[in-house]
Write a protein that binds this ligand. Structure first.
Ligand SMILES: [Zn+2]
Length: 163
């Protein structure tokens, strides 16, 4: 039988499973479903939404188990928690390339973007003050312009579905 190449989602799921095992957490069918949901998600779901999606696949996971599992995964560094203003914490798998977030204040939609100009400018500003950047997070709270308005200016890409 020909060995199929693992998809990105499968690789992520494997990585999450290993991390959870390393954390000493028992891998149940319910937790496997949650890990698969996390591996598939590119839309920064919160815990309640992750719970809902897991339940669809394999019922029987409690919300508190979801929270505990997410904490364990975060401790292992394989998922990132985002605490956007006025919103429950949202999660994404951590192996994505660096990007920043825009949060649509009307819909709650999270849009990922990366701008070389902003990255450069931040580094310059820090350097001018005698620092180098170790890590940064930037969040822009946005509202969609009129229908034909140009929210996606030069240098920004809407790549929430990037794989
Ligand atoms: Zn993101």
């Amino acid at each position: 039988m020909q060995k199929k190449r693992m998809t990105k989602t499968q690789e992520r799921a494997e990585r999450l499973t290993r991390a959870l095992r390393d954390a000493g957490v028992r891998i149940t069918r319910q937790r496997t479903a949650l890990l698969n949901v996390l591996a598939e998600a590119d839309d920064h779901p919160d815990a309640v939404e992750l719970h809902r999606r897991s339940e669809e696949q394999v019922p029987g996971i409690s919300l508190s188990t979801v929270y505990r599992t997410l904490s364990a995964l975060e401790d292992q560094g394989v998922i990132q928690r985002h605490q956007f203003e006025g919103d429950a914490a949202r999660f994404e798998h951590a192996e994505t390339e660096h990007h920043d977030h825009m949060i649509d204040v009307d819909t709650g939609k999270v849009i990922e973007f990366c701008s070389d100009r902003i990255e450069r400018l931040q580094a310059e500003i820090a350097a001018e003050m005698g620092y180098e950047i170790v890590h940064h997070r930037m969040e822009l709270y946005v509202r969609k312009k009129g229908r034909d308005g140009s929210v996606s200016a030069d240098g920004f890409r809407e790549d929430g579905a990037q794989d």
